[in-house]
Write a protein that binds this ligand. Sequence first.
Ligand SMILES: [Zn+2]
Ligand SMILES: [Zn+2]
Length: 136
Amino acid sequence: MIVSTQRDTALTRNQSLVLEALADAKGPLTAYAILDQLRDRGMRAPPQVYRALDKLVADGMVHRLESINAFVVCQLPDCGSRETMIFAICSDCSQVTEIRDGGVGDRFQAVAEQAAFSVHKSIVELRGRCAHCRAS
Ligand SMILES: [Zn+2]
Ligand SMILES: [Zn+2]
């Protein structure tokens, strides 16, 4: 799978390896699963993976899913500047689909204003079943 990076940031070897592992994965991967896959390619220590992930997440190329403590490669172009990110996570097959905001971010801001709160970022993780699992 070809990963199109949104920016011209030069990636280190470790960052490229981690990005490739995530791009080739069928679903989200934990940091340890990534480490396992890359052991043969010179990655030995968790901090190497975490450092690479930190940078990829900061650049918006990879997203962290809090609810399952795992990482996925970004699926949307021009996602980096987005304030609201929505992920549909299938409880059966762990497939993750990144969904366009569709105005949900504005709704969150409107709700937050009732508490005099200003939203900088919202990450929504939806749990349910994907079309494939529902059909089978
Ligand atoms: Zn994204
Ligand atoms: Zn599924």
